[in-house]
Design a protein around this ligand. Structure first.
Ligand code: GTP
Ligand code: MG
Length: 138
């Protein structure tokens, strides 16, 4: 079994979509083994997304991630990293397959409702950024 970090982004928490998004994860066989709702500062968002620091949208991305509450969560399952990215759909909702979270709920490439780790090493780092071992209950 594998763990991945998921974030329900401010566009989705503002539109009251946390439960509908969690249902997509659970329907796909992913277990939510840790979860909390927090308000990031722009600096904390910047630290989390520092791999994108040189991208033109970095400042906009950090502002957005600090613009309202996020729900950070650890998802568990066989192949959880890839499975979560499948359930999320493509980064740009216009390219996302029907039935995915981004196809159903997202309004733009910037405000695309969810984040998911992209590899085992980043999943480990991202989970450790938000959670202690005691908070993850499988
Ligand atoms: P994450 O799971 O959030 O990491 O998404 P991803 O892996 O599908 O995309 P990527 O890591 O390439 O980009 C990280 C995030 O930056 C995206 O989820 C978007 O929120 C944002 N982003 C990516 N491209 C653009 C863009 O062209 N414009 C804006 N405003 N934001 C973008
Ligand atoms: Mg990414």
């Amino acid at each position: 079994t594998e763990h991945t970090l998921s974030i329900i982004k401010p566009d989705a928490t503002k539109r009251n979509l946390t439960g509908k998004i969690n249902a997509k994860f659970e329907d796909a066989g992913l277990r939510i083994v840790a979860q909390k709702r927090i308000q990031l500062t722009k600096a904390q968002a910047g630290e989390f997304y520092k791999v994108h620091a040189e991208r033109p949208f970095y400042d906009e991305l950090c502002e957005f991630m600090a613009s309202g509450p996020v729900v950070v969560q650890v998802l568990e399952g066989d192949g959880a990293i890839a499975k979560n990215r499948e359930v999320m759909g493509a980064t740009n909702p216009a390219d996302a397959d029907a039935g995915t979270i981004r196809a159903e709920f997202s309004e733009s490439v910037g405000e695309n409702s969810v984040h998911g780790s992209d590899a085992p090493e980043t999943a480990r780092e991202e989970i450790a950024y938000f959670f202690s071992g005691l908070e993850i209950v499988g």
